[in-house]
Design a protein. Structure first.
Length: 279
């Protein structure tokens, strides 16, 4: 036992030193942890785009054409039709479910406001109809918000239609046309600029909307007079620091820098413009 006056005490200065050490360690470790988390999210986002691309290529293998940008009743406006996601659905996740929507009416009709799927079991199991909830494949994991429309999840991944606000409506032979269009349809062999140089999908955090919806929520062109192209306040990207996840028509997914040359980027959005992008 120590005498009363000689008991060890934890002095204020020692507390200050310990606190300072903790703060220093936290300041050193926190950025590394944040970078590691963002790196993981980038990998997941890249995987999402690869899976969507694979669905498109499987569709192409089955039908010898790429999916059209909007599906459903052609008398409806493109914004009221269903998106290409509906066409690609049977080729996602191993084709283990059937999407139950009424394509003879608009995507936002009451009958379609709570989309369901029929799960297709392997072997002799029973089918099961369930309501669709959150689909991780359709959203970038780096988003800090829960982006959803009433009853229907929004998506961060859009098909690129080419150059100009009217590019989704252009004829397939127009030099400003990209792969996706509201009414046009093409084949992989039509991509004369090269599949490795032609953009299939990009991520965006601007004007996002339901994945079921045709029109700008899922197909859009590049506005050549609106800058910046990338970033939080740009047309695309904004979900990862200084870059934008981009899927190309050869199946690759690459990070495009926010500082990419605008001329090169615009050339990548068309499939037969004849430009050189300097791969």
């Amino acid at each position: 036992m120590y005498p009363e006056s000689s008991k060890p005490t934890f002095r204020l200065i020692e507390l200050v030193v310990v606190a300072a050490v903790i703060v220093i360690l936290a300041s050193l470790l926190l950025p590394s942890l944040l970078r590691a988390r963002e790196s993981t999210r980038q990998v997941q986002c890249s995987n999402n785009l690869r899976q969507l691309s694979l669905g498109v290529f499987n569709y192409s293998s089955a039908y010898k054409r790429l999916p059209i940008g909007t599906v459903g009743h052609r008398d409806l406006l493109p914004e009221k039709r269903f998106s290409w996601y509906v066409a690609v659905w049977p080729f996602l996740e191993g084709g283990m479910s059937e999407l139950l929507v009424e394509q003879t009416t608009s995507w936002d009709a009451p009958v379609n406001r709570e989309p369901r799927i029929k799960r297709i079991p392997k072997g002799e199991g029973k089918t099961e109809v369930v309501r669709l909830r959150f689909i991780e494949l359709f959203s970038c994991p780096s988003t800090s918000k829960d982006y959803r429309a009433p009853g229907i999840q929004s998506t961060h991944y859009v098909g690129i239609a080419g150059i100009g606000t009217d590019s989704p409506r252009l004829d397939v032979h127009d030099a400003n046309s990209g792969i996706w269009g509201y009414d046009r349809q093409m084949a992989i062999d039509d991509i004369v600029d090269g599949t490795a140089s032609t953009i299939l999908f990009m991520e965006t955090c601007v004007d996002i909307g339901p994945w079921l919806a045709g029109g700008p929520p899922t197909v859009r062109g590049v506005h050549p007079k609106e800058s910046p192209f990338f970033g939080v306040h740009g047309q695309f990207g904004g979900l990862h620091p200084d870059c934008c996840q981009t899927a190309f028509a050869d199946g690759s997914v690459r990070l495009l820098s926010n500082s990419i040359d605008p001329t090169i980027f615009e050339a990548m959005t068309t499939f037969a413009g004849g430009e050189r992008t300097g791969n």
